[in-house]
Write a protein that binds this ligand. Sequence first.
Ligand code: AKG
Length: 306
Amino acid sequence: MNKDKKLIKLKFNENIQDLKQFFAKNGYLCINNLFSKDAIINIRQEICEVLASEEIICTQNLLKAIPKSEPYHINSPQSHRITEEVMKREIIHTLAYDKNLLNLLEGLLGKPIYPHPNKMFRVCFPSNTKSNYITPPHQDIYYIKGEKDTFTVWTPLGNYSPFEGSLKLIAGTHRKGFYPICERQEKQFLRCAIANISEEDENWLSADCEIGDCLIMHSLTIHSGNQNNSKFLRLSIDYRFSALDGDINEEQLNPLYFTSNKSWEEISKGWSKNIPIADIPKSLNILPKETSHEKVLEKLSIFTKC
Ligand SMILES: O=C(O)CCC(=O)C(=O)O
C-alpha cells in the first residue's frame, strides 16, 4: 500500500489567477479531464501497435499492454527503432497543440508559449520483471536547460494510481533551487541525474490519474516514478513548453535520439496537418547543449519567488 499523500486535482477552467497562484506555490498543477479521452486512447492504441510489432506486448487484447518480454534497454537499437516508429505518429505531436493546454500554459506564463518539438514517451514495466524500471527523483532543468520557467506536461495513457506506477513529486521544491546530484545506485536502471532526496521523505505526493488528466510541473520541481506493481505496462507521454521568445536548448528542437534516428522532415513525411515542427521560430534564442547549469539558473522565474 502506497503511503504517499495525493496530489490535488484541479479543473482547467478554474480562474487562471488562482491556478497561477497554486502553481507558483506548489510547482505543479494536476488537471482533471484536460484532454479528450478519445485522443488519449488513440495515442495509446498507436503506441501499443508499435510495441506489439516489436513483440513487447501480446497482440490479443492490445490495449491491455501485458508485457511478453523483459524490459528493453534505453539507447539500445530496439529502443531507437521503437522511438522512431512512435515519433512518426502524427497524433503524438498534435496533442501538444491542444487548445485547452496551450491556453492554460499561456495563462500561467502570461505570454505566447512554444511546444518543444522533442517529446518523450515512457514504457514502465511491472516491477516483477528483471529490471527496476522506475524513473528516479530528478529535476527536469538538469536536462532541458533553456528557460527556468519551462513546463513539463506529463500525460498518462491509462488510469494509473500509485500502485500502477503513476508519477509523484514534492510540492514547493521548485522554489529551492538546484538539488545536489547523488551517485547512481546499482538498482537504478535509467540514465538520470538523481536528486539527493529520500524516497522516504514524507512530503512526496502521488498522482491518481484518469485518462484525459495531465500533470504540469515546473522545470525545478522534484519528481519521480512510482513502482509499477501491476502486471501491465504503464504508458505515458511527456512534453516541454517554454516562452516563444525565450531561450531554448538546441537538443529540445531535435527528435529524441536525434543522432541515431531521422530528421523531422523524414519523420513527418505524410502527416495530414501542418504541424510546424521543423520551423524554428526566429524569436527563440537557441543555446548550445553544453550550456552550463549555472547559466541556466541565473535566469529569472515568475514562479519561484512566492
Ligand atoms: O513517466 C515517468 O516515469 C517519468 C516522467 C518524467 O520524469 C518527466 O516527464 O519528466
